[in-house]
Unconditional design. Structure first.
Length: 495
C-alpha cells in the first residue's frame, strides 16, 4: 500500500512549521490533503507528490543525475509507488534504483532528521503520448549524508544518465540552494540518536528486551541499550539520553559521560549513528517503571554471545567490559625517593592529553584558577592525565567533565606531541617528565561551560597569532607547532 494520509501529512506539516511563508505555494497540495484525496498517486490532478534524495558527500557536494525524460540534472527522485510505506522510503528507493546507492550507505542528518529539507513546486508540461495533461509536481526532498565507504554510483540507464556532484552553490533549485547554503551541513555522518551503557561497576550491564510482537519497531525481540532518537526539545544528545532513560524506565543517572559512537542499521535500512553514554547505577531493575519493551535485566558479559542482540551492541558492551576489567597499574615509590618504581635504567613518563579546539580560526583556552597546583592564573588548553584508559578515551572524558563538550573518539586526531621536562632535574632524579599529546577535534557538540570552577575560571577563544599572557609555555609551543605543520616539540631537556 502507498503511504497513508497521516504518513504524508506528518513531514509536510513539519516542513511548513519551519517554512510558513511557503504555505501559499503548497496550497494545491494542502487542498488535496484536506479533501482526503491521494496526493501520492500520479493520477491525482492538477498536482501530486514526487520524492527526491539530496545526497551530500564529505566535499559538501550534492549528487545529481541527468533524467532521460527531461534532460535535466536533478537529484535522484521520482513518483511514489504502491510498495512505499512513507515519503522517506520513496526517496530511498529512488536513489537506489537510479544510482545503485543502498540505504545502508546513507544516514539522516541531525539538523533535518526525517523532515524534508525542501518541497519544490514544478510545472510539468502535457504529454499527449501518455494522455497526461499539464500538472504540478510537489517534490518532497529529504537530505542524506553519504558514508565514506559507499560504493560508486551505478546508473539505471533506462531512466538516468551522467552522475554529477555539484557544489551547494551550483544546485539548480533556488530554494534548495538557499537552504543548503545556510544549513551548515558538511557531509559528515553525525549522531541523531543517543543510548546509555548502564553498568553497576562490578561487570554487569543493564539491558532492555524489546517486544518481539511489534515488527514495526527497531530490533524487535532483541536485547538492546536504553535510548532513542533526539527530539526537538533536546538541546543536546545528553538531554536525549536523560529523557529516554526517564521515559523508558523512570531511571535517573546523574553521572553520564560520552563513550563512543555506534553505527547501527535502522528500520528504513539506513545508517543510524548513536552517541553512546556510560553511567553507573546499582539498583533493582524489577523496581523500575518499564514503559517500553518486555523486561530490564542485569547481564554478565559472558552471556552476550548467547543472546539475540545486534552485533554492534554486543561488540560495544564487550569492548567496554574489556576496558574496565583491567585494574589501574599499581606504581609504588622506590625506597628513599619520590620517583616511581621502574625497570632499571628507565624513568616513568606521565601522559597528558590536550584538546586543540579551533572555531572560525580561533583556538580555545582556559584560564586556570590562581590556586591551581600547576600554572595557576595562566591560560592553558583543556587537559588532563590518563588514568586506566586510552589517551582518546581520557580526552573525551576530560572534555565533558571540564567543559561539557561531547566528542566522539573517532573525531579526534593527534596533531602535536610535546616531550616536556620543564623543571630542573626532570628526566633524571626530579619529577617524572611528561608526554603531552594534543588532539584536534574535527567535530564536537556543545559550547564550553565552566563545569569545574575550582580549576578553571573562564573559557575563551583566541586568535593563535595573538595568544594571551600568561600562557603555559608548552601550550604556546604546541599551538605554534600545529599552525606550522610540525608534529613534535622537545622542551626543557638539558641532556
Amino acid at each position: 500500500m502507498p503511504p497513508s494520509l497521516s504518513h504524508v501529512r506528518h513531514p509536510i506539516t513539519a516542513y511548513l512549521a519551519e517554512h510558513p511563508d511557503e504555505r501559499p505555494a503548497l496550497s494545491g497540495l494542502l487542498n488535496s490533503l484536506d479533501a482526503d484525496a491521494d496526493p501520492t498517486s500520479r493520477s491525482t490532478l492538477p498536482g501530486h507528490i514526487t520524492c527526491s534524495a539530496v545526497v551530500i558527500d564529505r566535499a559538501r557536494r550534492v549528487l545529481h543525475v541527468r533524467h532521460n525524460a527531461s534532460g535535466l540534472l536533478l537529484p535522484p527522485g521520482g513518483h511514489i509507488e504502491a510498495s512505499d510505506t512513507s515519503l522517506l522510503a520513496a526517496a530511498l528507493r529512488e536513489v537506489e534504483e537510479e544510482t545503485g546507492l543502498p540505504a545502508s550507505s546513507l544516514a539522516l542528518t541531525p539538523e533535518f532528521r526525517d523532515r524534508p529539507i525542501d518541497i519544490g513546486v514544478h510545472a510539468i508540461d502535457a504529454r499527449p503520448s501518455k494522455a497526461e495533461p499539464a500538472h504540478r509536481h510537489y517534490d518532497v526532498c529529504f537530505v542524506f549524508t553519504l558514508a565514506d565507504d559507499a560504493p560508486a554510483p551505478v546508473l539505471q540507464t533506462e531512466e538516468v544518465t551522467e552522475a554529477v556532484w555539484l557544489s551547494f552553490g551550483e544546485v539548480h533549485s533556488p530554494t534548495l540552494r538557499a537552504t543548503l547554503a545556510r544549513s551548515g551541513l558538511d557531509g559528515a555522518i553525525a549522531p541523531v540518536n543517543a543510548s546509555a551503557v548502564v553498568h553497576d561497576g562490578r561487570g554487569h550491564y543493564l539491558v532492555h528486551l524489546r517486544d518481539a510482537n511489534k515488527p514495526e519497531i527497531w530490533q524487535p525481540g532483541a536485547w538492546s541499550l536504553l535510548g532513542g532518537g533526539r527530539e526537538p526539545q533536546d538541546a543536546t544528545l545528553l538531554d536525549t539520553v536523560r529523557r529516554e532513560l526517564r521515559e523508558e524506565a523512570g531511571l535517573e543517572i546523574a553521572d553520564l559521560r560520552p563513550y563512543a559512537v555506534e553505527h547501527a542499521i535502522g528500520t528504513e535500512g539506513m545508517i543510524v549513528p548513536i552517541q553512546v553514554f556510560t553511567g553507573r547505577w546499582a539498583g533493582d531493575p524489577s523496581a523500575l517503571r518499564l514503559t517500553e519493551g518486555v523486561m530490564l535485566a542485569w547481564l554478565d558479559p559472558g552471556r552476550l554471545p548467547f543472546l539475540t542482540m545486534a552485533a554492534s551492541t554486543r561488540e560495544l558492551l564487550q569492548r567496554h567490559a574489556a576496558e574496565h576489567s583491567v585494574p589501574a597499574p599499581r606504581l609504588t615509590a622506590s625506597p628513599g625517593t619520590d620517583a616511581l618504581a621502574a625497570p632499571s635504567g628507565t624513568v616513568p613518563h606521565i601522559v597528558g592529553v590536550h584538546l586543540y579546539l579551533e572555531r572560525d580560526g580561533q583556538v580555545l583556552l582556559g584560564r586556570r584558577h590562581p590556586d591551581s597546583a600547576y600554572a595557576g592564573g595562566s591560560w592553558h588548553a583543556l587537559a588532563g592525565h590518563c588514568e586506566a584508559e586510552s589517551a582518546t578515551a581520557c580526552l573525551v572524558r576530560e572534555a565533558y567533565e571540564e567543559a561539557g563538550l561531547v566528542i566522539d573518539r573517532e573525531d579526534l586526531e593527534l596533531v602535536h606531541t610535546v616531550h616536556l621536562a620543564d623543571r630542573p632535574g626532570e628526566g633524571a632524579a626530579g619529577r617524572p617528565p611528561r608526554i603531552q599529546l594534543f588532539f584536534r577535534a574535527r567535530r564536537w557538540e556543545g559550547d564550553p561551560e565552566l563545569r569545574e570552577p575550582d580549576k578553571c575560571l573562564a573559557w575563551q577563544w583566541w586568535n593563535p597569532k595573538d595568544l594571551p599572557e600568561p600562557i603555559v609555555p608548552y601550550t604556546r609551543a604546541a599551538i605554534e607547532g600545529v599552525r606550522a605543520g610540525r608534529t613534535y616539540t622537545e622542551t626543557g631537556w638539558t641532556l
